[in-house]
Design a protein around this ligand. Structure first.
Ligand code: HEM
Length: 468
């Protein structure tokens, strides 16, 4: 059963005129045993690891037990048995559909926000804890206005955003502090990296005055922990007000070259809540920190790529903004191999038609990226680190594969992608230019072996040596 044709139109009567949807057409759901398998192998590891903020102990467990691999194998088995779907299933009374076909994923993401809304109840329940007016959970005209504003401030289409000059300076200054510490101790651990990363992010987003505002990050952390429980979590309204007020205070006195300044001087219609978009950016930058450390782990264990990365990093003027295509490819590969949004959710606002049947309005479509990024749809590189598939060298072939969605795509695709890639590639360049890294933590990665399905970033540890 290959799904080649699908549409959101109402089913047609035999004479070709639109007819009322016929519930008898509804695609058959997975049986209870299969649904339980999906929950156990694919949903639970994602929920246990923490959807909004990662939980260190659970991440370690998921890595040690190979739980994510079971999720991928489960999807492969379902696809072999039932075809590519979408495969409906009911979980605690809620209608879901697994999206395993790259073409269907493309459709769902590119027909966002209508009829595939990016704001199902589960996501609204989570994200409202710290970004009640964030674009991702907004609807209708409000969503359109907020999206336009966000794209303008983040300069979404620009490979090198206008703030790249200051961004490069900030990233390199903080990398220097981090590396001085690593040289003294001879090692680089997650906690040190994380502290440096947040200093960098606060400076880029809010300005230098926020560099040491760890209290703001702690407030966000507490709200994200509550958000992990979605609607079941406690509502922390007072903490949210305090956090949002603190964010607004940086926009009220905007620092030149920061994103806060762009927010302050970019006009927007009433109701956009310009400063209210910032919490998502702070939250999402966390994922970029994970991606950076994981990319460093792969480079430390893949000497051929490390040599090419160093070559790129040391060519040109280090303090000037540069595109760094290979290091961008490393960042993209890091997110492909270890997707930071393993489940991209969309809720249909109308009955949708697929080859083989229809699905009712209110179905939550779950695009499970670990399967799309690691199994057959990711061929030919599945479990191999292949940064070149994102560069001109190979005609950016990964860009034309609808299965590869590190930053999602379509109407709610990540508007921060270029900003993230600039930040991560600039930091990786600063880290590899004059230092050599040996991965000292488990699992050991090897260039000749498939890269592990989970890489717990919290436990990453490197020995660091300055190059002679
Ligand atoms: C490695 C880092 C990042 C990754 C992998 C990433 C990936 C994604 C993905 C997969 C989505 C879609 C989420 C969904 O549909 O539920 C998304 C949405 C979004 N991202 Fe990112 N993101 C990253 C960092 C950032 C940063 C740093 C910013 C801002 C500075 C940002 C801004 C946004 C916004 C505003 C949306 C919502 C878009 C909308 O609803 O129209 N992201 N991102």
């Amino acid at each position: 059963m290959r799904l080649t044709e699908s549409s959101t139109e109402a089913p047609r009567k035999p004479d070709g005129s639109p007819g009322a949807p016929d519930p008898a057409d509804t695609l058959p759901a997975l049986d209870a045993r299969e649904a339980a398998g999906v929950v156990a192998d694919a949903l639970l590891p994602v929920l246990a690891s923490g959807v909004i903020v990662r939980r260190p102990r659970a991440m370690s467990l998921v890595e040690r037990t190979g739980w994510d691999r079971r999720g991928i194998e489960r999807m492969r088995a379902l696809r072999d048995r039932h075809g590519p779907g979408p495969l409906p299933l009911t979980v605690r009374g809620r209608a879901y559909a697994l999206v395993l076909d790259p073409g269907d994923a493309h459709r769902v993401l590119h027909e966002t926000p209508d009829p595939f809304s990016p704001a199902p109840l589960e996501k609204r329940g989570s994200l409202a804890q710290f970004q009640p007016h964030g674009v991702l959970i907004s609807g209708g005209g409000e969503r359109t206005r907020r999206r336009e504003f966000v794209e303008e401030v983040l300069e979404t289409p620009e490979p090198l955003p206008g703030i790249a000059g200051r961004l490069t300076r900030v990233v390199r200054e903080e990398a220097e502090v981090l590396l001085a510490g690593a040289e003294r101790s001879g090692q680089l651990l997650w906690d040190e990296f994380d502290a440096a990363w947040w200093r960098t992010v606060r400076r880029i987003v809010l300005g230098d005055a926020a560099r040491d505002d760890t209290a703001l990050t702690a407030q966000l952390g507490a709200l994200r922990s509550a958000a992990n429980w979605s609607l079941a979590g406690p509502r922390r309204r007072r903490l949210r007000s305090a956090f949002l007020a603190r964010v607004r205070s940086y926009v009220a006195q905007p620092e030149p070259g920061s994103l806060a300044e762009r927010v302050a001087r970019t006009p927007a219609p009433a109701g956009t809540d310009r400063a209210g978009q910032i919490p998502h950016w702070l939250f999402a930058y966390d994922a970029a920190g994970m991606a950076t450390m994981r990319a460093l782990a792969v480079l430390a264990t893949h000497p051929r790529w490390a040599a090419r990365a160093r070559e790129e990093a040391t060519a040109g003027v280090p303090d000037a903004p540069r595109e760094l295509p290979l290091l961008r490819g490393c960042a993209l590969e890091s997110v492909r191999l270890w997707p930071t949004t393993p489940l991209i959710l969309r809720e249909s606002t109308a009955r949708t038609s697929w080859k083989g049947g229809t699905l009712p309005a209110g179905t939550v479509f779950a695009v499970y990226t670990p399967y799309l990024h690691r199994a057959e749809p990711a061929a030919p590189y599945e479990d191999t680190f292949a940064p070149q598939q994102w560069t001109e060298e190979t005609g950016r072939q990964a860009r034309s594969n609808p299965a590869l969605l590190p930053f999602s795509s379509g109407g709610a695709g990540c508007p921060g992608e270029n900003l993230v890639l600039s930040t991560v590639s600039t930091l990786l360049a600063a880290l590899v230019e004059q230092h050599q890294y040996t991965l000292a933590s488990h699992p050991r990665l090897r260039a000749s072996a498939p890269v592990p399905t989970t890489l717990d970033h919290f436990s990453l540890a490197f020995r660091v040596q300055p190059l002679p």
